[in-house]
Design a protein around this ligand. Structure first.
Ligand code: ATP
Ligand code: MG
Length: 875
C-alpha cells in the first residue's frame, strides 16, 4: 500500500467512526512556548484535553507533521527513526475511552478492507497496573497472554515515569502496538495513550481520576508504510526511497544500504526533508531555538556530504525531490521550492567555507586529547570550534564519540554563557509543564478581550501572580517586583502578532495599580505592573483603563503596517511578503522578502502610495469569518502561521485584507502621515523598513527640515543649492588633501640630489632646478628642507603642468636679513614665462603660461640671483 493511500485510509477509517478530520498543526507552534517543534499529534489539542475551549467535536483525527530533535542520533542508524515524520492520530475529548480505542485500532490494523495485517505478527504492551487495558486486549480482542506484555511506568506511561517523577497534571497509562516482520526487526507502530489521571504531588495515592477521560493515539505513518510495503527500513518506502536515490545521485554514489555512506545518505534524506518543511514555514537556520535546530540538522547533513567527498553545496538540490514526494498531502511545498533551496544554499555555502578548518581543528584537538591521555573534549575546546568555525557542538560530540572521547556539555554551556552566546538549542518536550499558568488553564476560561470596542471596562480579578506563584491577595508593601493580574475580561491588548502590549491602570476600591506591560499566554491576558496603593484581592472588581493616547499611536502604526504591506506588494511584487513586524506607538518595523535593497526611488513610491491611501480616508472594518471564506476573499495568509477556524479579517477600503488580531483605526485617514525613516537588511533576502506615523511622522519631517536649515546657514547656500555646494567643498577638500599628502610619498627629486647641483655664489649656495611632476606643496617642502640643510642658500624650483608653469623661490633667513627678497627674485624668471609672482620675502611663488620657455626662465633665475646677492652685499 502506498504511503499516500495509508494516510487517507487512516483518516477515512476514523471519520467512519464519527471523528472530525482536522488539518495538521504547523510544525513550529509559535503560540506554545513549551515546545520548539510540534512533537506529536496531540499538541494542537492541549486545550481540548483540558476542556478549556468550546468543543465543536469530541472526536478528532489528524495526520500531523512532527519533528523530534531527541531522535537525531538515531537517524540513519536505526531503521525506524526520523527527525521529521508524520503521525496519524485519533483523539477523544471526554468521549470514548479504552474499549473503543483498542477495538478500533485492532479493526483498522487487521481487517482486510483496511490494512489487513496478519494478527499473528502483532503484539502489544500495557502498563503494569493497567488491568483494564490488559483485559480488553485479552477478552475483547482475544490476544493470547504471550502477546500482552506488562511494562513499567518508564515505558508505558505518558509522560514517561509521571507517577513517581511528575510532572503534576494530566497523565495516563499507554498501550503500544508492535509489528514483528518475518525475520526482521520488531517495530512499535502505534501508541494508544489513555489520559485518565491528574497527578497531584508525590506517591502514594497521587493519581486522581479525571472526571472526563481522554484518548490520544499516535501511529507512525512511515513505520506503518514500511510494514505494509515489506521493506526493512522507513527510508525504503515509496515516498522516501526516491529522495535517498536523489541524494545518492547528487553525491555521485551508488546507494548501498549497508555501507557507511548508505547511512549518511539516509541521514541526508531525513535532514533535508526536515529542513525543507521548517524553512517552508519560515524557520531559517540561525543561532537560537528552532533556528538553531535547523542549522544543526542542515550542517550535520552537509558534514555527511563532506565526508563522502563533496566540496560544493549540494543539499539544496534535493529540495525539489522532497517537494515532489510530499506533494500530495502538502502541495504548498511546491510554491516555495526556490526560496527554500536558496536559504539552504546560503547556509551550505557559509558552512562549506569554514568546514575544512573546523575539521582540521577538531582533528588536532582529538590528537592532543590522545597525547594528554584525556578522555573528554573540554568545554573551552568545543566552544572555540563552534564560535570560530561554526561546527555545532553536537557534530563535534559525535565525531569525538567515534574516537571514544566524551564531550563536556556542562563545560561547553558554561563557556558559551561566558561568551554570552548560549544558543538555547534543546527542545522541551514537556507538554504539561508545572508553570502556574498551566494550572490556571485547567480551571479558568481564557480572558475575554474587549479592546476592539472599548478602552475602559469593569472587570473581576480572577488570578494574581507574585514571584511566579499564584496567590489570593497582594498588599501594597510587597510591590517591589512586578505583579501579574489576570482579569475575567479586559480592554488591555496583550502583546501578540507584533503589536506591543498596552499600558494603563487598574483602579477601584482604594486600589491603584500601574500596568507597565501586558502579555498574552495560554489564552490569558496578563497585566504586569506595580501596586501603588491598596490591596489586590481575588474576586475584587476593578476598572481597567488603557492609556488611550498611546493606544491610539499603536493603532495608527498598526493600520499603517497593513498599508505598507499592500504598497510593497503592489510596487515590488507579490514576493514581498511579511516576515515579521513590530508595532509600537507611532512607530513600526516591517520585515519582508526582497532579494535586494529597496532603491530610494522605490521607497519614495511606496511612501507616496501609503500616504495616498491615508488621504483616501478609506474605512477600516473587521469581521470574523470561517478561514475558507477569508481565503476566498483574498486575505493574505502566511505559511507556517497557524490560523483558527474562525479568523478575524481586517479590511481597508477594499484594497487590503489581512488576518489580524490587532487593534486598528476606523479610517486610514487617521494615520495622519506616514514617513519611512529607514531601510536595511536583516538577513539574506529579507529587508526591513522602519517608519513613523501621526505626530511622530510630523516630528521627523520637522527635525529634518531644521537640520536642512542649519546646514544652509552653515554652508551659506539655499537648501536647493546644498548638494552642489557640498560637492564643491568635498572636491576642494580632496584636492587639498592630495596636495598635502602627496609630498612625502612622491619626492620627484631628492633634496640631496638638488643640493648636489648647487653652485657657490660668494659663499651662498644657489640651487635652480626643474622638479618634474611636483606641485606647489612639494616644491615648498623641498625648499624648506634645503634651507635647513644648508645656509646661506637661495633656491628656486620649477615644475610644469600641461599648459602652465610654476615657480617657487625661497631664501634662508640670513639672506632675508640682508635685504634679499624672494618676491623680487621670482618675478624675473616669471616675466620670462609670462607671469608674475607674490608671497613673502623668504618664500614666493609665481605662475606662468609658457612652459616651453622654462629653460630660459631658469637661466634668468640664476642671473637674477647673482644680481640680488651682489646687491645684498654677498658678492
Ligand atoms: P520509539 O520508542 O520507537 O522512539 P516513541 O515511544 O518515542 O517511539 P511515541 O512518542 O509513542 O513514540 O509516538 C507515537 C508513534 O510515532 C510511535 O509509535 C511511532 O510509530 C511514531 N514515532 C515516534 N518517534 C518517531 C520517529 N522519530 N520517527 C518515526 N516515527 C516515530
Ligand atoms: Mg521515541
Amino acid at each position: 500500500m502506498k504511503t499516500d493511500e495509508l494516510r487517507e485510509k487512516y483518516l477515512d477509517f476514523f471519520v467512519s467512526k464519527g471523528h472530525t478530520r482536522r488539518p495538521s498543526d504547523v510544525l513550529v507552534p509559535r503560540s506554545d512556548p513549551s515546545v520548539l517543534f510540534t512533537p506529536a499529534g496531540m499538541n494542537q489539542f492541549k486545550d481540548h484535553f483540558l476542556g478549556r475551549c468550546k468543543l465543536d467535536f469530541t472526536r478528532a483525527t489528524t495526520c500531523q507533521k512532527c519533528l523530534r530533535t531527541g531522535d537525531i542520533e538515531n537517524v540513519g542508524r536505526t531503521a525506524y527513526h526520523h527527525t521529521f515524520f508524520e503521525m496519524l492520530g485519533n483523539f477523544s475529548f471526554g468521549d470514548y475511552f479504552k474499549r473503543d480505542a483498542i477495538a478500533w485500532a485492532w479493526e483498522f490494523l487487521t481487517r482486510k478492507e483496511w490494512l489487513g495485517l496478519d494478527p499473528e505478527r502483532l503484539s502489544v504492551t500495557v502498563y503494569l497496573d493497567d488491568d483494564e487495558a490488559a483485559e480488553i486486549w485479552a477478552r475483547d480482542i482475544k490476544l493470547p497472554p504471550a502477546k500482552i506484555r506488562r511494562l513499567d511506568e518508564d515505558e508505558n506511561f505518558w509522560p514517561a515515569s509521571a507517577p513517581s517523577q511528575g510532572p503534576d497534571g494530566v497523565c495516563g497509562p499507554c498501550s503500544e502496538i508492535y509489528y514483528h516482520p518475518a525475520g526482521g526487526q520488531s517495530v512499535e507502530i502505534w501508541n494508544l495513550v489513555f489520559t485518565q489521571f491528574n497527578r497531584v504531588g508525590t506517591p502514594p495515592n497521587n493519581l486522581r481520576p479525571l472526571p472526563s477521560k481522554n484518548i490520544d493515539t499516535g501511529m507512525g505513518l512511515e513505520r506503518t508504510a514500511a510494514v505494509l510495503q515489506g521493506v526493512e527500513t522507513n527510508f525504503h518506502i515509496d515516498i522516501l526511497r526516491p529522495i535517498v536515490a536523489a541524494a545518492a545521485e547528487v553525491c555521485g554514489l551508488d546507494y548501498d544500504p549497508a555501507s557507511d555512506s548508505g547511512r549518511r545518505l539516509r541521514r541526508i534524506t531525513d535532514h533535508v526533508r526536515a529542513c525543507t518543511f521548517a524553512i517552508h514555514e519560515n524557520v531559517r537556520p540561525g543561532a537560537n531555538k528552532e533556528n538553531y535546530v535547523i542549522r544543526r540538522l542542515l550542517r550535520r547533513a552537509v558534514l555527511d556530504g563532506h565526508q563522502i567527498g563533496l566540496r560544493e553545496p549540494f543539499l539544496h538540490r534535493l529540495v525539489p525531490a522532497v517537494a515532489e514526494m510530499m506533494g500530495k498531502p502538502y502541495p504548498e511545498l511546491g510554491e516555495t521550492v526556490e526560496r527554500v533551496a536558496s536559504v539552504i544554499r546560503d547556509e551550505e555555502k557559509r558552512f562549506f567555507s569554514s568546514i575544512d578548518d573546523g575539521l582540521a581543528r577538531i582533528e588536532s584537538i582529538l590528537k592532543t586529547i590522545r597525547r594528554e591521555n584525556r578522555n573528554e573534549v573540554l568545554g573551552r575546546e568545543a566552544a572555540d570550534v563552534y564560535t570560530t568555525h561554526g561546527v555545532p557542538p553536537e557534530l563535534f560530540e559525535s565525531l569525538a564519540a567515534e574516537h571514544n572521547v566524551a564531550f563536556d556539555w556542562e563545560g561547553f554551556r558554561r563557556e558559551m554563557e561566558h561568551h554570552g552566546v548560549l544558543s538555547g538549542g534543546g527542545v522541551v518536550v514537556d507538554v504539561f509543564s508545572s508553570d502556574p499558568l498551566d494550572g490556571l488553564a485547567k480551571v479558568l476560561p481564557a480572558t475575554r478581550f474587549l479592546g476592539y470596542e472599548t478602552s475602559e471596562a469593569e472587570a473581576k480579578v480572577v488570578a494574581l501572580l507574585a514571584r511566579r506563584e499564584l496567590c489570593d491577595q497582594v498588599d501594597e508593601l510587597a510591590h517591589d517586583e512586578p505583579v501579574t493580574v489576570v482579569l475575567d475580561q479586559t480592554p488591555f491588548y496583550g502583546e501578540s502578532g507584533g503589536q506591543v502590549g498596552d499600558i494603563g491602570a487598574l483602579v477601584g476600591g482604594g486600589v491603584e495599580f500601574d500596568v507597565i506591560d501586558t502579555q498574552k499566554q495560554r489564552g490569558f491576558v496578563l497585566h504586569r505592573g506595580h501596586l501603588r496603593r491598596g490591596q489586590l484581592k481575588l474576586g475584587g472588581v476593578l476598572t481597567a483603563r488603557v492609556d488611550t493616547e498611546r493606544r491610539q499611536g499603536i493603532r495608527r502604526a498598526h493600520s499603517a503596517t497593513h498599508l505598507l504591506h499592500f504598497a510593497l506588494q503592489k510596487h515590488l511584487g507579490e514576493h514581498a511578503q511579511q516576515q515579521g513586524s513590530k508595532v509600537d506607538r507611532d512607530w513600526l518595523r516591517f520585515d519582508f522578502r526582497n532579494p535586494q535593497a529597496v532603491t530610494p526611488a522605490e521607497l519614495a513610491t511606496i511612501e507616496r502610495e501609503v500616504n495616498e491611501r491615508v488621504a483616501l480616508g478609506a474605512a477600516i472594518e473587521w469581521s470574523e469569518l470561517p478561514i475558507a471564506d477569508a481565503r476566498r476573499a483574498g486575505a493574505m495568509m502566511l505559511f507556517g502561521e497557524k490560523y483558527p477556524d474562525i479568523v478575524r479579517m481586517v479590511s481597508m477600503g477594499g484594497f487590503s485584507r489581512e488576518l489580524c488580531g490587532g487593534t486598528h483605526l476606523d479610517s486610514t485617514g487617521q494615520v495622519g502621515l506616514f514617513k519611512i525613516v529607514g531601510e536595511e537588511s536583516v538577513a539574506a533576502g529579507i529587508r526591513r523598513i522602519t517608519a513613523h506615523t501621526g505626530a511622530a511622522a510630523v516630528r521627523t519631517v520637522q527635525e529634518q527640515e531644521a537640520l536642512l536649515r542649519e546646514l544652509s546657514q552653515l554652508l551659506k547656500a539655499t537648501p536647493a543649492d546644498l548638494p552642489q555646494r557640498v560637492s564643491a567643498i568635498m572636491k576642494e577638500a580632496r584636492e587639498l588633501k592630495k596636495q598635502a599628502g602627496a609630498a612625502p610619498q612622491a619626492p620627484q627629486a631628492s633634496v640631496e640630489q638638488l643640493l648636489a647641483t648647487a653652485e657657490d655664489v660668494g659663499g651662498t649656495k644657489l640651487v635652480v632646478a626643474e622638479v618634474p611632476g611636483a606641485n606647489a606643496g612639494v616644491l615648498r617642502q623641498q625648499i624648506d628642507q634645503l634651507r635647513k640643510k644648508a645656509a646661506p642658500i637661495a633656491v628656486l624650483l620649477a615644475t610644469r603642468e600641461a599648459d602652465k608653469v610654476l615657480l617657487v623661490a625661497g631664501i634662508s633667513r640670513d639672506l632675508e636679513a640682508q635685504g634679499v627678497s624672494a618676491i623680487e627674485w621670482v618675478r624675473s624668471p616669471a616675466s620670462v614665462v609670462g607671469g608674475s609672482g607674490g608671497g613673502r620675502a623668504d618664500m614666493a611663488q609665481a605662475g606662468g603660461k609658457h612652459p616651453d620657455r622654462l629653460p630660459q626662465a631658469l637661466t634668468e633665475a640664476r642671473d637674477a640671483a647673482r644680481r640680488l646677492l651682489a646687491a645684498g652685499g654677498r658678492v
